[in-house]
Structure formats: structure tokens, C-alpha cells
Ligand binder design. Structure first.
Ligand SMILES: [Zn+2]
Length: 196
């Protein structure tokens, strides 16, 4: 019954152009450490795909080894109990609309034909928001709706897992390393431990 942490865009090859998520892998490692320290069953699954060549969070990458492995891990773990997939990303502080936030979640809630995609439950959402309040403060975070491009969430949801995207600010002036650790610690205490 694990938490699975995915990082879709960790490979940075260009210093000037932002060709990756610059803080997602380190944020994922912090969450992984916090969960491990609490004896949570946790899998860290970091992509080796380079986003400008193929985006690991889009449907075009479903045939890649990394995405197939993710599906296998989810399916195997679901036989043992509930699974929560945290898809970790990061954004620059000059990003439109969200740049001043320390972090935001993307919950996926939309309907395609008769299928409803809901990434996490209202209960999970309430616990996550409590963790935000206790760590970085509720004015510094938001919960946004997803869309059909968030493909890791979609396939995780189809497989039967609860899932959310967590986006953290890449600027340490906005979100300090300590703030990031506090967010991960509170998220673990309030939400993720329920899945361990
Ligand atoms: Zn990303």
C-alpha cells in the first residue's frame, strides 16, 4: 500500500532555456526521505525522458518503458491495498498566475463522455489543505483543476489509484528549503500516512 512519487521532467540540459522542472526531483527526494523515515512504503519513480524530445506527462509517452513501468508498479501495489500517486513538478517564480505561490496542487476533476476523472477524494483534499495551512499558509497555495493533458494522473486514475500533481516554486526566495521540508512533513503527517 504505497505512495508512488513520480517526476516526469527532471532532465535539464540547457542552463539558459528552462527545459525541465528544476526543483521537482529534489522536492521528490525530500518527500521520499520524510516518508521513508516514517517507515512508509514508498516508491520514487523518476523519468529519464528529456521533455523537449518526449513529454513523460503526455499521452504520446504512454508506450515508453518509464510509463509502462509506472503502470506495472501501480497494478502490482493495488493488489495489496490503496495506492496514492504524487506526480511532482516545479514552476518558475515568473510563471503566469501562479508565480507568487509557494506551491499548488492540481486535482484532476473533469468528465469525458460518461467517464468522470477525479484524482483524489474530497477527504484527501481537506487533509492536504490542512497540511498547507500548518506549513506554508493557505494564502501561499492553491488547489487547481486539472485537464486532459495531465496524463500521468489520468492513467493512474484509470488504473485505480488516487492521484494529485504537486507543483513547487523553484525560487528559494519564495519557497525556502525549510518551507519545502515543512510542507512535505505536514503532507506526510496529514495525508500520505493514511496510505502507508
Ligand atoms: Zn513538470
Amino acid at each position: 500500500m504505497p505512495i508512488i512519487i513520480t517526476v516526469a521532467h527532471p532532465i535539464c540540459l540547457d542552463d539558459r532555456e528552462r527545459d525541465c522542472d528544476r526543483r521537482a526531483a529534489s522536492a521528490a527526494r525530500i518527500l521520499h526521505q520524510v516518508l521513508k523515515a516514517k517507515k512508509c512504503d514508498v516508491v520514487l519513480h523518476i523519468s529519464g525522458l528529456y521533455r523537449p524530445e518526449i513529454d513523460a506527462n503526455r499521452s504520446e509517452s504512454r508506450g515508453t518503458l518509464w510509463r509502462k513501468q509506472l503502470n506495472e508498479i501501480i497494478k502490482a501495489q493495488l493488489k495489496l491495498g490503496k495506492v496514492f500517486v504524487v506526480d511532482m513538478h516545479s514552476f518558475p517564480s515568473d510563471a503566469e498566475m501562479v508565480g507568487s505561490l509557494k506551491a499548488y496542487f492540481i486535482e484532476m476533476w473533469f468528465r469525458t463522455g460518461s467517464k468522470v476523472y477525479q484524482g483524489w477524494s474530497d477527504n484527501d483534499k481537506a487533509w492536504a489543505w490542512l497540511a498547507v495551512k500548518e506549513s506554508i499558509g493557505e494564502t501561499n497555495a492553491r488547489i487547481l483543476l486539472g485537464d486532459p493533458h495531465n496524463d500521468i494522473m489520468i492513467t493512474s486514475n484509470i488504473a485505480g489509484a488516487s492521484t494529485v500533481i504537486l507543483e513547487v516554486n523553484e525560487s528559494r526566495d519564495v519557497l525556502s528549503d525549510l518551507g519545502l521540508k515543512e510542507l512535505m512533513t505536514h503532507l506526510t503527517d496529514e495525508l500520505f500516512m493514511k496510505y502507508c
